[in-house]
Design a protein around this ligand. Structure first.
Ligand code: 3H9
Length: 719
């Protein structure tokens, strides 16, 4: 776990060997302790270099070990012995030095980084803080403002930025280990006292209190209810105001509080869930690591509306030539200008040159005959999409892969009109497609493992978090959204206001409550879907009881809002009012309050006081309940997949872990009891009836999320 070699006759080279990221597991810590002891006690050794195997210095503490009791040597005393030694120790940083990895380097006397290396203290993203001295040493090295920014955001910096900030002593384009060995030889004669960060005082800005206050306020505004960044501020304050030994104690007290918190567990769960999501398996047994994706050398995007433009940008910026198609000259020209503008802004932001030459714009589908893959992104209309796919079948070569960007239509029905149903798949991008990280890869029953592998790998190449899901109306994300937003509108009927419901959800941690979110997305989209599915509009039988549709409770308030031409932000009016069409500052609108009151009067509904607890339970337990049904139906393979979809596509607060993890943290027994309670009160709302899987898990003793799969295994899979 740590290899020892003597090089150049007098330099001990210690290599951390724990692939893939050389995390500081208990075995690695043992290895460091043993090899350092050997190096410090061997009189032949005059200097030490620490590096990591396979061009990666160290990805930090082994996060998998956080779940169990601490084994092996604790990190801080081990690292103290490195700094206290009388032989210069040089960290040779290649690949990454993150978290405990950077902290290890900060205990070394010198740091040499390869020019492609990335450094950072990302502990805050895992709900903890850099507790191996990071919060005390980094401020001593680079000053309070810069250290505060890095520690509270967890941002990674490039080697060049690390050099500018003073984190590393040298950046090299050569082998960092070899450069570090030469550097170590030259350092032998030099005094080490000024290189020991623990002995330095922290350079303190005169306005320390104001600075810490400003950062605290910024954090409270941006990350409502999140504990770790605030604890980081307190730890950095200790670095500024206490001697090193006391600061270290404070760091460790703060860590102890965070370490056992639900937030840390949730954030660490998210880290692994994100990585698990890419590991898909199909009922045939085909899986992510044994099916080779096809190489995509060219692509086409059909339709240059909001979605198509974002998709074209996402493809072009990773170097894939794109042919973009529109149906008439005017739309094509508008689309062209928008795509080029977006690509330029994106390139400027990333400091690269825009890849215009990769884009071609055309009115004719026949230009697509040789492309490797087509993404259809026309209007969400089944008949229109079918006609596009019929045409594509005629013009494209037989091997071209067909993808449809749809937020809920039947992917298999589209596959059925093509000459290659096995090469058709859904790619549900989220708007704006070049910004949002989520991609639902919708596998139809006839989608081949090769197209699943290709769509997943293309998603990864575009920087997306891709999740394979089965084919059903709304797939995973939008299917779950319905019971969630239905509960919100039922709560309106019963006595709540849009702003009260939004506030409860935003206090819970959502970036936006359900009504503000709907105003942003546009209320007309859902209205059209409801009209098409016969829930509202002229097709509804007038004899139908007004608040019931298709045998269940129905709330027509959202339709009434749309009937007044209030479609959300874009029209300047929706659930809220805005200062102008397209405005973003939402203000409560008395007209909405009137509309709800009139509605209640018409149906004799007596409003009651609704607590925030009821809002959270009804919205979020109904959401998770649908998640359990999705698992039962085999539309998602794992609870982690559902959580990743909600984290990346729907603004679910990361420190709550996602709807399924949140349900497990609340306790499945409690979720079951509350759903039973609410279902009893609202027997005509089937979404509140606890799902069989939830009941089964409770009967099995409420296993942790990671074990649910064992109980789902026997169920049918649509993936
Ligand atoms: C810490 O250091 C606390 C300290 O302050 C000390 C306190 C006392 N541990 O992301 P990838 C796994 S907290 C365990 O796909 P990439 C990962 O799960 C830590 N496992 O690769 C995956 O496993 P699998 C602070 C880890 O090239 C595999 O490695 N450090 C760890 O895209 C490959 O990962 C961090 O927060 C770990 N530390 O990205 C850094 N890291 O193959 C966390 C990775 O089974 N890590 N794995 O799915 C990362 O940000 C990225 O993994 C990294 C590589 C940038 C390193």
């Amino acid at each position: 776990m740590a290899r020892y070699e003597l090089v150049k006759r007098s330099v001990a080279l210690i290599t951390l060997t724990n692939p893939p990221v050389n995390a500081l597991s208990s075995a690695v810590r043992h290895g460091i302790a043993k090899t350092m002891e050997r190096a410090l006690s061997d009189p032949k050794v005059t200097a030490v270099v620490i590096c990591g195997e396979n061009g990666r210095f160290c990805g930090g503490a082994d996060i998998r070990e956080f779940a169990g009791p601490l084994r092996g040597p604790p990190l801080v005393p081990l690292l103290d012995s490195i700094e206290a030694g009388e032989k210069p120790v040089v960290a040779a940083i290649e690949g990454v030095a993150l978290g405990g990895g950077l902290e290890l380097a900060l205990f070394c006397h010198y740091r040499i980084a390869h020019f492609k290396a990335r450094l950072g203290l990302p502990e805050v993203t895992l709900g903890i803080l850099p507790a191996a001295g990071g919060t005390q040493r980094l401020p001593r090295l680079i000053g309070i403002p810069a250290a505060l920014e890095l520690i509270t955001t967890g941002r990674h910096v490039s080697a060049q930025e690390a050099l500018k900030l003073g984190i590393v002593d040298q950046v090299t384009e050569q082998n960092a280990c070899e450069v570090a060995v030469e550097f170590a030889l030259r350092a032998v004669a030099k005094p080490l006292s000024s290189r020991r960060l623990s002995s330095l005082t922290t350079p303190c800005p005169p306005n320390l209190d104001a600075l810490l206050e400003a950062v605290t306020m910024q954090i409270q505004k941006k990350a409502r209810g999140v504990m770790a960044p605030l604890a980081c501020v307190q730890a950095v304050r200790a670095a500024a105001t206490m001697p090193y030994s006391q600061g270290i104690k404070r760091e460790s007290e703060l860590m102890a509080t965070l370490f056992n918190s639900g937030q840390a567990r949730a954030l660490q769960y998210c880290f692994f869930a994100e990585r698990t999501a890419g590991k898909w398996t199909l009922p045939s047994g085909a899986q992510w690591n044994d099916i080779k994706p096809r190489e995509i050398r060219s692509a086409a995007v059909i339709g240059l509306g909001t979605m198509g433009r974002g998709i074209a940008v996402s493809l072009a910026r990773v170097g894939i030539p794109v042919i973009a198609v529109e149906s008439d000259k005017k739309l094509l020209e508008t689309g062209r200008q928008m795509v080029i503008g977006m690509l330029e802004r994106d390139a400027k932001r990333r400091g690269v040159s825009a890849s215009h030459n990769l884009l071609k714009f055309t009115l004719g589908l026949q230009d697509l005959k040789d492309v490797d893959l087509v993404i259809e992104a026309v209007f969400e209309d089944m008949a229109l999409k079918k006609s596009v796919f019929r045409e594509l079948s005629k013009v494209c070569r037989p091997a071209t892969l067909f993808c449809t960007n749809t937020s809920g239509l039947d992917v298999d029905a589209l596959a059925g009109v093509t000459d290659r149903p096995q090469l058709v798949i859904g790619m549900h991008f989220f708007s704006p497609a070049h910004v949002m990280k989520l991609l639902e890869v919708v596998c139809g029953p006839r989608s081949s493992s090769e197209i699943v592998a290709t769509a997943m790998s293309l998603g990864k190449r575009m920087g997306k978090v891709s999740v394979a899901v089965g084919n059903c109306p709304g797939f995973v994300g939008n299917r779950m959204l319905k019971p969630y937003s239905d509960q919100a509108t039922f709560l309106l009927e019963e006595g709540a206001t849009p702003e009260q419901i939004d506030k409860a959800l935003e206090d819970f941690g959502f970036a936006m409550g359900v009504f503000r979110m709907s105003d942003l997305a546009g209320l007309d989209v859902g209205w059209r879907v409801r009209k098409e599915s016969g829930l509202t509009g002229p097709d509804v039988d007038p004899k139908n009881p007004p608040r019931r549709r298709q045998g269940r409770k129905y709330c027509p308030i959202p339709d009434m809002v749309c009937e007044q031409g209030r479609f959300g932000q874009k029209t300047g009016r929706g659930w809220y009012m805005y200062d102008k069409p397209g405005g973003t500052k939402a203000k409560p609108d008395p007209l909405i309050q009137n509309l709800i009151e009139m509605y209640r009067n018409r149906y004799g509904i007596q409003p009651r006081n609704i607590t925030d607890q009821e809002i959270i339970e009804r919205c979020l337990f109904a959401l998770a309940n649908e998640g359990f049904r999705i698992l039962e139906d085999g539309i998602a393979a794992r609870p982690e997949d559902i959580d990743v979809i909600y984290l990346f596509g729907y603004g679910f607060p990361r420190h709550r872990g996602g709807p399924m993890f949140y349900a497990s943290m609340v306790g499945l027994q409690r979720v079951l009891e509350r759903l039973e309670h609410y279902h009893q009160a609202h027997p005509d709302v089937p979404h509140l009836e606890p799902s069989p899987l939830l009941k089964k898990l409770v009967a099995c003793g409420s296993p942790p999320v990671q074990k649910w799969r064992e109980h789902i295994k026997t169920m049918h899979s649509h993936l």
